[in-house]
Design a binder for this molecule. Sequence first.
Ligand SMILES: Nc1nc2c(ncn2[C@@H]2O[C@H](COP(=O)(O)OP(=O)(O)O)[C@@H](O)[C@H]2O)c(=O)[nH]1
Ligand SMILES: [Mg+2]
Length: 194
Amino acid sequence: MSLPQNSKRIVVLGAPRVGKTSILRRYLRDGFVEEYNPTSEDFLRKLFRIRGETYQIDILDASRERDFPAKRRLSILTGDIFLLVFSLDDRSSFQEVCALRTEILAVPLLVCANKVDLQESEREISKAEVLQAFGDDCAYFETSAKDSTNLEKVFETLAKRGGLPTETGPSQHRKVSLRADCLTDNKPNGCSAL
Ligand SMILES: Nc1nc2c(ncn2[C@@H]2O[C@H](COP(=O)(O)OP(=O)(O)O)[C@@H](O)[C@H]2O)c(=O)[nH]1
Ligand SMILES: [Mg+2]
């Protein structure tokens, strides 16, 4: 197989238990799991063939980087697109994202406030507070990996800001695999998740 012409690295950062892996499972259409399994496998690669071009998306679910500043800096330096995740019921996870925000400059960056499905009474951070911290023009989404709230918008924005075709979004994966005629390279509009 020829080398992809377009390769992007998405780096997902945030405190433990905020839902990073759950969001990625939605991206990869792997469903939702209620119980917590600390991430061990933290590097994912996905290849797409869209309109005759190959796209490689590498995703770093950077949980083990957290406690190693040098490693974290390296993943920040090599990332093309960042997804910073905190949980709305955990103020310290919000503070962690605020600190990370200062380390990441001048690259596409999205902030996810996850677990918006929880009761209002469990919420520790208001939207106003987030916008005050990150600015009104920040790509900010209140999401739920549990019931998929706003994730499609997150993945669409991720693709747009990262210079990727929107066909790389999860809603397109199913269409892609159902369309057998897409799977050949010589169709002008052919697209496939490889
Ligand atoms: N209620 C709720 N729970 C979630 C959500 N996302 C993740 N969880 C739960 O939070 C825990 C940690 O999720 P995980 O994705 O492993 O977090 P990570 O450590 O950041 O990768 C798991 O028990 C998940 O089931 C969500 O949107 N809503
Ligand atoms: Mg994880």
